[in-house]
Structure formats: C-alpha cells, structure tokens
Design a protein. Sequence first.
Length: 271
Amino acid sequence: MSEANDNATPTARGNVLPYEDRVNRVAGDAPFRWLAAGWRDFSQAGMVSVGYGAFFVAAGLVLTLGLHLAGLDYLIVPFVWGFLLVGPALTVGLYAVSRDLADGRTPSLRRAMMAWRFNPVRLLAFGLCQVLFLIVWVRLAVMIFALSFPYQTMDLQAMVNAALFTTQGNVFLLVGTAVGAVMATLAFVVSVFSLPMLLDRQVGMIEAVVTSVVAVVVNRRVMALWAALIALFTFAGLVTAYVGLAVTLPLIGHASWHAYRAVIQPPAEEE
C-alpha cells in the first residue's frame, strides 16, 4: 500500500454499505498529515501551483467587479459563498499535479489545466452538476434576501449593515447561513472523493459519488474536521480579496489528493 495510506486500516469485509470494502478508516489526525503532504506538493510544484491558483483569483475578481458594475451587489456574497460549493471542481488540475509529483514526473500548468481530458465526459458532467447546484444556491439566496428585505434595494455595504445590525437582517443571516451550510455539506460529501476518483480511474459518476458518500460516512468524524479545515482555508483566501486563494486553493487541492489516496484503496492491480 502507498505511503499515503500509512495509519489507515481497511474496513471489515461483509459491511452493508456499497463499495465499503474499498474504503480505509483513517486516524483522527489524518487531515493535518494531508495538509502537510499538500504543502510539500505546493512547494515542489512552485509556480505551477501558484499560477493555477492565480487564474481563479483573477476570475473571482472579474466576476465580483462585473456584478458591482451591473448593480447586482446583492449577488456578490452568494457567489462568494457559492465558491465553497464549486471549489472542488476547480481543483481537479491540482490533483493531476500531485499525481505527477508522486509518479516522478515534472508537473506543468498546461497538463494541470487539461487534466479533465483523462475522463472528459464524466468530469465535465460532474462539473455541470456543480454549476447547476451553484445556480440553485444563488436562487435560494435571492429568495431569502427578497423575503427578508421586500421592496428594498441595497448596495453591498448597506446589506452588510442591515444583516449585522437589524432584526430582520439577523434573521436573513441566520436562515441564509443555515441553508448555505446544508448545501455546502451536501456538496462536500458528494465531491470530496468522487472528483479525484474520476480523474484517477475510468469509473462511472454514480459509482464515484456513492463511494465518496460511503467514505465520508465511514470516517464521519475525521471528515467533519477535514471539511472544517477546507472551509477555514477557503474563507481565509476569500477575505483577502481573493488574493490568498493563490495559496490556499492549491494547498487544499493538493491535500485533497492525499486524502483521496489515504481513504480510498487503490485498484487491486496497483496494490
């Protein structure tokens, strides 16, 4: 078994969950070891990882500026939080960089950007599903805003002030956070292992999604910590006007590859 699977134990045979026999149980400190491995990959990949992250920093800045110029400031916050929903789809190229490093190949930005071509139909279909999920979230956020502040238009600063210092704003913040947390949890459970699996193996999307869900259920406490760390690092990148994402996005992407390799057992021919 690979070095990434140290301190991981296979689940017992005969379990009732589908694909549970391919899932390892990992120790409670595993997320911190994944982060350490991710940082090593980030350091070794150098400008490839930074350049990959910088591309999405630029995209985030352009989108935010576009919404502001269009007078749609109330959509900026939902789109920022929506980044947590589609973030995993953006890191597929970083999985490829980590795989190249593990295999002794020199990573390249071009190969990272083209990583989806390994399993194009299923990876693009999964990405489309995440975009649709983001659209649903934005529609829900707009509906919550409209119900909380009927017949009102606000710029971003006025909306922040209302959310923090008025009763109806507090309700808006509470309901929006609760709905967003539920959707972010669903997105995490479905994608955390399915996306690297779709990059790594020629498997179907349903098989990858079910394996991801089962792996999270089997390691629910560890994965709750991992989800919290991902949210923390992503938030840290977002609050720096996206600039921090040039580091935090690649770090989480590389670490997520090591999480996949630790939790999901390799095919029999690789063992």
